[in-house]
Write a protein that binds this ligand. Structure first.
Ligand SMILES: NC(=O)C1=CN([C@@H]2O[C@H](COP(=O)(O)OP(=O)(O)OC[C@H]3O[C@@H](n4cnc5c(N)ncnc54)[C@H](OP(=O)(O)O)[C@@H]3O)[C@@H](O)[C@H]2O)C=CC1
Ligand SMILES: Nc1c(N[C@@H]2O[C@H](COP(=O)(O)O)[C@@H](O)[C@H]2O)[nH]c(=O)[nH]c1=O
Length: 377
């Protein structure tokens, strides 16, 4: 299911708080950093905050720069990004600034919350019930498919950030560390307790902005079940991009593969016909680089732009067999094998029969097909 790119944005104190407990919003960002936040807002299709942030901060969440708003309009975009909030209760103050500034507003809520939100807000905002409980994947799919949102900035608070990160739905974190301490355990924290990815996130950038430091991170650890996560999509994209390295062929697919440990460490990568071997497959090229006794393999995920092969003439064991022999328990792929060279190959079926969780992410199929456009499929 396609989702928007989800960017979590927050400013945090040295001791990990988003705010203090005083009546005014705590300014953690510096003036230049607030301007950076404005620039990010201007770049997105929608901005989301939880109902708790509306209650605590009474935010406007505007693009404040007239120049940036004009540039959006010149590009044919709405002057302001769509403003989105989430509320289970539907208990939203109709006098809040959120409803009376900027462009369109949208509330995601539960069936019960929708009744209350609609009664309170009338037609100030679109109210979308998502069932008895609020499901983040349904929310993101609705934003993507129903509202055309491709980039979503999430500006907190901690309850919302925590869920999106824990559920593997955050593509990117932009955190600003501010040189002050809150020291009050009753204050809201950026991330609450619960189960996060193991291992380390990838630091993709850092920058000093006056007296604060901006840090950009991406989650790296593969998902653990049948649903693809933001990190899964990152690695699958990498696999698809690797396929561009394949020497061209009229008689074989161009495929890329990456093997990633449970903690997000890349173990190996490969592509078709690597090393001048005309029959080398991508998964084979990657797995060959690893010690078969590597204890990280059973917890690893294999990402392959095309599903691993089930039959081969050129080698004794197909890639599905190599993956089973390596003890890998999860495979993420973009494209089911067409009948171009082998009829009804079904490597996914072979893997599933061997107890491997196979996740297909069809929105990446076009990317996987790109270096294979000259082949019938
Ligand atoms: N420094 C910074 O960058 C930022 C700081 N902040 C600070 O964060 C604090 C607010 O954070 P917090 O209290 O965590 O509030 P949030 O903004 O995260 O909102 C939490 C509320 O959102 C709704 N909600 C969230 N997830 C769900 C779900 N799965 N199902 C149903 N409803 C859901 C609920 O609304 P309901 O209660 O209506 O059911 C819940 O109470 C404020 O003090 C604010 O100043 C906020 C943003 C950025
Ligand atoms: N305090 C704080 C942030 N708080 C965020 O900014 C929102 C208010 O924006 P506005 O409506 O433009 O005043 C607020 O609700 C919360 O989401 N953001 C930051 O980058 N740095 C900060 O220090």
């Amino acid at each position: 299911m396609p989702y928007p790119h989800v960017l979590l944005s927050a400013a945090v104190s040295l001791d990990g708080y988003l705010d203090d407990t005083g009546p005014e919003r705590l300014l953690l960002s510096s003036p230049a950093d607030f301007d950076r936040v404005d620039e990010v807002r201007a770049s997105v299709d929608a901005i989301l905050v939880g109902a708790g942030t509306i209650r605590a901060d009474n935010p406007r969440l505007l693009v404040n720069s007239a120049g940036r708003r004009a540039a959006r309009v010149a590009e044919g975009r709405a002057e302001y990004p769509l403003k989105v909030t989430v509320s289970g209760s539907g208990d939203l103050d109709p006098a809040a600034n959120f409803w009376h500034t900027g462009g369109e507003k949208l509330v995601y809520t539960t069936d019960a919350g929708a009744e209350r939100a609609t009664a309170l807000l009338g037609d100030t905002a679109d109210v979308v019930p998502l069932g008895p409980v609020l499901d983040w994947r349904a929310l993101l799919a609705h934003l993507h498919d129903g509202r055309g949102v491709r980039r979503l900035m999430v500006e907190g608070g901690g309850t919302v950030h925590t869920q999106l990160l824990q559920q593997g739905l955050a593509d990117e974190l932009q955190l600003v560390l501010a040189p002050l301490l809150v020291g009050d355990p009753a204050a809201p924290r950026l991330f609450g307790p619960g189960a996060y990815q193991g291992g380390r996130l990838r630091l993709t950038g850092s920058r000093r902005i006056e007296d604060v430091v901006l840090m950009r991170y991406e989650p790296t650890a593969p998902g653990t079940g049948p649903l693809d996560t933001a990190a899964d999509r990152h690695w699958l994209r990498t696999a698809c991009e690797l396929a561009a390295l394949c020497p061209p062929s009229e008689t074989a697919f161009s495929v890329g593969a990456v093997v990633v440990a449970a903690d997000g460490t890349e173990l190996a990568r490969g592509h078709s016909r690597e090393g001048g071997d005309p029959v080398m497959h991508a998964e084979e090229a990657a797995l060959t680089k690893l010690d078969p006794a590597d204890p990280r393999l059973p917890g690893a995920t294999v990402y392959s732009s095309l599903e691993p092969c089930a039959h081969r003439a050129s080698r004794p064991v197909p890639c599905a067999g190599l993956i089973l022999a390596a003890g890998v328990r999860r495979v993420v792929t973009a494209w089911r094998e067409p009948d171009t060279f082998v009829t009804a190959a079904d490597g996914s079926g072979v893997l599933a029969a061997g107890g491997v969780e196979v996740v297909t992410v069809p929105e990446y199929a076009a990317l996987a097909q790109l270096p294979n456009a000259h082949l019938p499929h």
